[in-house]
Design a protein around this ligand. Structure first.
Ligand code: FAD
Length: 346
């Protein structure tokens, strides 16, 4: 039997808005679990522009994407949020009533939550791997031969691996898996890589030593039986074809953002965004909220500061669901000793 995690709130997405929602919920004694598909927190700030400066976070004349995320993590530490990374929220099923909502939330890694509210802070949607356009590839994904991420390196020990791509992920996994694998081949369309120069040098040295192979070309098809890969058929740049024997294929073609499973949760949607009211940031389903880039309302600006404000307001309504009998009084962190106790500073 799967263990069910009981919590007040599940936050879908650990981008800046999901992270700050932990703070606003925490001040109201509401516990949260955060789930993100990526192996790290920080959403777009950490994934797309960690080293770029942001100039419009109130009170920070300049802060990089990663520094903002690091500060948010520091700020929410007193509330001890639990992170479930590397997993996608796949389903959200209502199990309560409109007055007392409750949800059963499950991830694609098998984690199950029983929660009183859901805060969707899913940004531009799920970061999902771009897949090579090869018919029938799904069968090999299910068969344990094709992977778009490495969750446990040990699972690849002794395998004959073909890695495809020319960016940092392709090069990093080539170097990391080469010592474990029975053989690693790296294939890219051209002899020019977009990865860190040092990684490219290390890879070329391994090839020169005969400890791995590098090929130029593109995948055209997969060969095998019952989802077990035996070889990959390829085309070179002159139109010739060749085969590479392998039992494992790791294509690293980058990430794209798609709405993903959120489309199936019974919410009203507008052009892949979730309409909310601007008092509570609640969706068409009571108990499910949407904040940050994923929501829409008249005048919406896709800015981090808007998402912070939205988190503060949605927490007020979440409080009514979690503590239906408690009255909420407005307090400042500067002067409230009860808030300061929660923050561990009093
Ligand atoms: P995101 O940061 O998109 O995070 C959402 C997270 O949810 C992702 O990590 C995703 O993996 C996860 N997720 C989605 N679906 C699921 C699911 N089903 N299960 C689990 N996890 C899921 N904004 C500014 O205010 N100022 C700027 O200067 C600025 N500069 C920018 C520069 C660039 C290059 C870019 C790309 C954006 C910039 N932005 C800026 C926009 C800003 O980054 C976004 O507004 C902000 O990241 C939105 O935060 P979020 O938490 O709503 O979503």
């Amino acid at each position: 039997d799967t263990e069910v995690i009981a919590t007040d709130v599940v936050i879908v997405g650990a981008g800046p808005c999901g992270l700050f929602a932990v703070f606003e919920l925490g001040l109201l004694d509401i516990r949260a679990h955060l789930v993100d598909i990526l192996p790290k927190v920080g959403g777009q700030c950490a994934e797309l522009y960690p080293e770029k400066p942001i100039y419009d976070i109130p009170g920070f004349p300049l802060v990089t994407g990663q520094a903002l995320v690091d500060n948010l993590l520091e700020q929410i530490k007193p509330f001890g949020p639990t992170f479930h990374l590397n997993q996608m929220i796949a389903s959200v099923e209502p199990t309560g009533t409109a007055e007392a909502p409750r949800f059963r939330v499950t991830t694609d890694a098998g984690t199950v939550f029983d929660t009183k509210a859901v805060v969707i802070a899913a940004g531009g949607g799920s970061f999902l791997p771009k897949k090579p356009p090869i018919p029938g590839i799904e069968e090999y994904e299910r068969g344990g031969s094709v992977f778009y991420a490495v969750r446990k390196m040990e699972a690849f020990r002794g395998r004959n691996i073909l890695i495809v791509g020319g960016g940092d992920s392709a090069l990093d996994w080539t170097l990391n898996l080469q010592p474990l694998a029975s053989r690693v081949t790296l294939m890219h369309r051209r002899d020019d890589f977009r990865a860190a120069p040092h990684s490219v040098e290390q890879m070329r040295a391994l090839v020169a030593d005969g400890r791995m192979d590098m090929r130029l070309g593109q995948i055209t098809g997969l060969k095998g039986e019952n989802g077990k890969l035996a070889a990959v058929t390829c085309r070179d740049n002159d139109g010739g074809s060749f085969e590479i024997a392998c039992d494992t294929l790791l294509p690293f073609f980058g990430l794209t953002m798609k709405l993903g499973p959120i489309a199936d949760w019974g919410l009203n949607l507008h052009e892949n965004l979730i309409p909310v009211d601007t008092e509570k940031f609640e969706t068409s389903v009571p108990g499910i909220f949407a904040i940050g880039d994923i929501n829409t309302y008249p005048g919406k600006l896709k800015l981090i500061l808007s998402g912070f404000h939205e988190g503060a307001l949605c927490a007020q309504k979440v409080h009514r669901y979690v503590y239906p009998d408690k009255r909420l009084t407005f307090q400042y962190t500067t002067s409230s000793s009860s808030l300061q106790k929660k923050l561990g500073v009093a």
